[in-house]
Design a protein around this ligand. Structure first.
Ligand code: NAD
Ligand code: IPM
Ligand code: MN
Length: 378
């Protein structure tokens, strides 16, 4: 509830490419909501992390970026990734390994171990699947965000020679696995309370249930962590007898996300599997222009959470005013909710939903979409 929320400080990080364009619209909306709902909210706009900052300073962000970030309650980031030569055709494109590193520094450094990516097809949003049941798509993918395939340990031996060897270590801990999976069940229970028993999911292990958590692994080829996930999942599931359970191998899950996505409720996946599945889930809910995301630590609110849309810097459309700001605005709503401004978050989600129903093609630009959403807020 807005009334009980305390003062909140936000760091706005527009970043690169369309990140700067969608952030501009998020600021318009934040200014409006702050005024209309009397939100105790303040923000600073930071010019890092960004490839522009890198051009000036030789790195994406200051050495003490994590400490500076900790002065805020939330970080709202547009996108990272060098959009390539725009004004200066001769300029080199910064490799993704450098330009995207700050994302991982924040996620791991602030121990934001849960990445939540809801995928719900709102009425009026583009529906890419022909089957009308796709209108029922309403899932929440929860992605491990602090370890797994993203620990970035490894290296290259004899680089550039025919004998080159590359290693890339993956690390899965019981603690990291257990907190992730328990969080998925907690979210499934909350969704059950919100939606009641309107939905029914077929579950291989418990018959049908009104809420379900589906575990994703590749335990047939990667049994070490696959079995750890499977065992912990079974242990935690016992604490939630009302929640159905299922398991899909990640390759089959990709197939089922297209064939019958309405059969998924909460999906819990490793860092890399979750990354891949959430671009696919984004398309099921209308495209990357509508896909919000947050990086949170549900156990510890002392450090800031990081909110960023699922999409990247979109070099193919950057600088053209074509980006859909809705993903950023739905992400902003997630942030407002997290900060305790639930009523404002709900209003903003409602305005995005209303705009989808009332707007008509031809395609509008970034500012025009935001204008349409704002029109439903005033
Ligand atoms: P992308 O998400 O930037 O773009 C994929 C496709 O979706 C493109 O065709 C793009 O035009 C479209 N798209 C994305 N967001 C859109 C929006 N809001 N409205 C309309 N269309 C939209 O992914 P990519 O092209 O694989 O990566 C581009 C760069 O972004 C790379 O450097 C990549 O590493 C980086 N990246 C960053 C993040 C992040 O900052 N969180 C996430 C993903 C990718
Ligand atoms: C995402 C992105 C990042 C990820 C990249 C840019 C490192 O794809 O947030 O989905 O893989 O987590
Ligand atoms: Mn991704």
């Amino acid at each position: 509830m807005n009334a009980t929320a305390k003062d909140a400080r936000i760091a706005l990080m527009p970043g690169d490419g369309i990140g700067t364009e969608v952030m501009e619209q998020a600021v318009r909306v934040l200014e409006l909501l702050r005024e209309q709902d009397a939100l105790p909210l303040s923000w600073d706009t930071l010019d890092w992390p960004s490839t522009a900052w890198h051009r000036e300073h030789g790195q994406m962000m200051p050495d003490d970026a994590l400490q500076q970030a900790c002065e805020y309650d939330a970080l709202l980031l547009g996108a990272l990734g060098d959009p390539g030569p725009l004004e200066d055709k001769a300029r080199y494109r910064l490799p993704d390994g450098i330009s995207l590193a700050p994302l991982l520094t924040f996620r791991k450094g602030l121990d934001l171990w849960a990445c939540e990516r809801p995928a719900r097809l709102l009425p009026g949003a583009p529906r890419y699947l022909a089957d009308p049941r796709a209108e029922q798509v309403d899932m929440l993918v929860i992605r491990e965000n602090s370890e797994g395939e993203y620990v970035n340990q490894g290296g290259r031996l004899q680089q550039g020679t025919p004998h080159e060897v590359a290693t890339q270590l993956e690390i899965f801990t019981r603690r990291g696995t257990e907190r992730l999976i328990r969080h998925a069940f907690v979210r499934a229970r909350e969704r059950l309370q919100d939606h009641g028993a309107e939905r029914s999911f077929f579950c291989t292990e418990k018959g049908s249930a009104a809420a379900q958590v589906c575990l994703i692994t590749k335990r047939n080829a990667q049994p070490a962590w696959g079995e750890l996930y499977t065992e912990v999942f079974a242990e935690v599931a016992r604490e939630f007898p009302e929640i159905g359970v299922s398991h899909q191998l990640v390759d089959a899950a990709c197939m089922k996300f297209v064939q019958c996505p309405w059969e998924f409720d909460v999906v819990v996946a490793s860092n890399l599997h979750g990354d891949i599945l959430t671009d696919l889930a984004a398309v099921l809910s209308g495209g990357l222009g509508l896909a919000p995301s947050c990086n949170i630590n549900p156990d510890n609110r002392d450090r800031p959470a990081l909110f960023e849309p699922t999409h990247g810097s979109a070099p193919d459309i950057a600088g053209q005013g074509k980006a859909n700001p809705a993903a950023m605005l739905l992400t902003t709503a997630m942030m407002l909710e997290w900060l305790g401004f639930g009523l404002s978050a709900e209003r903003l989600r409602g305005a995005v939903a209303q705009d989808l129903v009332t707007s008509t093609p031809p395609a509008r630009g970034c500012k025009e979409v935001a204008d349409g959403i704002i029109a439903h807020l005033v």
